[in-house]
Design a protein around this ligand. Structure first.
Ligand SMILES: Nc1nc2c(ncn2[C@@H]2O[C@H](COP(=O)(O)OP(=O)(O)O)[C@@H](O)[C@H]2O)c(=O)[nH]1
Ligand SMILES: [Mg+2]
Length: 426
């Protein structure tokens, strides 16, 4: 072999070595890419998507630093202001009077001086709000909040005015979980979970749920591993914000059906979070609303009337399994527990018994959505569109870290098994 040939040979070997290395790296990158679990949080506005993202940060990343907690102060004070202004506005519309007439001055102050967004809240603001919040008329209007649009955290923050008003107020994690902020950009959080000694990366995307924001969802569908569809179970008697014609549960049903039948998601499983079960319990137990009254307000010509009517016909007929699943999920919620003093004078946390009506309502809502998810749909070529994906449901309370921790454990185990199977590890 001539020296020239020898050099050519060495060159080829180097090229081959490099090619081999590149292909190895590409395979590794592909494996890593495939192993990423990409979760999209979808659902209509105010269903609890951002709260679930916050819980993931608390459970899987390192929670909220002092600085991050401080950044929420202004949002919380704004939540407080929005809450009292909404209630006072609704009192006028619903013609509910203040019990203490002297508080008219407080109401006028807030309705005239505090309507602009502000970063400063003077002492008078807190004094007037605090006085009004203890008025029976204001409370009566708060209890009728299904008839107007009030943020869910209203009571939580109004009960804490004395803390929130302090100059050195630093929100707790619970305060952050209750804080309502508007999501109008796509937010992403990343964390890693170790399963069978393999590090599995999770990328979670939180999007806006308002009608205008839903157009942006489709760009996220590519390479999604799972959809986490969040549904507010407590507002079956409330209309969509800015649309007094449209019921929130019906709107969520339509969005869910659209996602389930979307051809870009035909092999993406859906995890349905039937959320805000704490508020559902509170609403039904107070006797202020029922599924029966919802059915009475849905026009018989509505697309989903037959589905709702069919599910309502079996309202009293629930299985032991369905009952147990709801009761067990509720027992994981710290939020709904009550503290009692035992005969021996000790404090004890108990989960109060819920009425049959609560359980049946939770089962009714689950059945509506699962009915959509089990119905088959054929493509033009006659294939079953839903052959490669399924839907599993969980009852959740997104503001309850204990409940979400347990639910996410279940979700994680489903998803990591799928991911490891995909990259041929198990
Ligand atoms: N009580 C209660 N409040 C909740 C629950 N989930 C969410 N919220 C509150 O509902 C409001 C809207 O939640 P958010 O996560 O912003 O909804 P998103 O629009 O879907 O992102 C916030 O004030 C949350 O604290 C829940 O399970 N129980
Ligand atoms: Mg959000």
């Amino acid at each position: 072999m001539s020296v020239k040939e020898l050099f050519r040979c060495i060159g080829r070997t180097e090229d081959e070595k490099r090619d081999k290395m590149i292909s190895k790296q590409l395979k590794k990158a592909d494996k890593r890419e495939k192993s990423i679990i990409k979760i999209l949080l979808l659902g209509i506005a105010e269903s609890g998507k951002s709260t679930i993202t916050k819980q993931m940060k608390i459970i899987h990343i390192n929670g909220y630093s002092e600085e991050e907690r401080r950044q929420n102060v202004l949002w919380i004070r704004k939540n407080l202001r929005d809450s009292i202004l909404t209630i006072l506005g609704a009192m006028k519309r619903l013609d509910i009077k203040l019990e203490d007439e002297k508080l008219e001055e407080s109401s006028n102050y807030l309705l005239t001086k505090c309507i602009e967004d502000s970063s400063e809240y003077p002492d008078e603001f807190y004094d007037h709000t605090s006085n009004l919040w203890s008025d029976k008329g204001v409370l009566k209007c708060y209890k009728r909040s299904a008839e107007y649009q009030l943020i869910d955290c209203a009571k939580y923050f109004l009960d804490k005015i004395h803390v929130i008003r302090r100059e050195d107020y630093l929100p707790t994690e619970q305060d952050i979980l209750h804080c309502r902020t508007l999501t109008n950009t796509i937010q992403k959080i990343e964390f890693t979970i170790t399963e069978n000694k393999f590090k599995i990366p999770f990328h979670v995307f939180d999007v806006g749920g308002q009608r205008g924001e839903r157009k942006k969802w489709i760009q996220m569908f590519d390479s999604a591993t799972a959809i986490l569809f969040v549904l507010d179970s407590s507002t079956f008697d409330v209309n969509v914000r800015d649309d007094f014609e449209s019921n929130r549960l019906l709107e969520a049903t339509g969005v869910f059906e659209h996602i389930w039948n979307c051809r870009f998601l035909k092999d993406v499983s859906i995890l349905l979070f039937i959320n805000k079960i704490d508020l559902l319990v509170e609403k039904i137990m107070s006797g202020s609303s029922s599924i029966e009254s919802l059915l009475k307000t849905v026009p018989t010509s509505h697309k989903y009337y037959p589905l709702y009517e069919k599910m309502y016909k079996s309202f009293n007929d629930i299985t032991d399994g369905e009952r147990k699943y709801f009761v067990d999920s509720l027992s994981m919620c710290k939020t709904t527990t009550k503290t009692i003093i035992t005969k021996k004078g000790k404090k004890q946390c108990i989960q109060p018994k819920v009425s049959e009506e609560v359980i049946k309502t939770a089962v009714f809502i689950k059945r509506v959505f699962m009915e959509i998810a089990v119905s088959s749909k054929k493509t033009k070529t006659g294939r079953d569109l839903h052959k490669d994906h399924d839907c599993q449901y969980f009852y959740t309370c997104a503001v309850d870290t204990k409940n979400i921790e347990k639910v996410l454990e279940g979700v994680r185990s489903i998803l990591t098994k799928n991911a490891l199977r995909k990259i041929c590890i198990i």
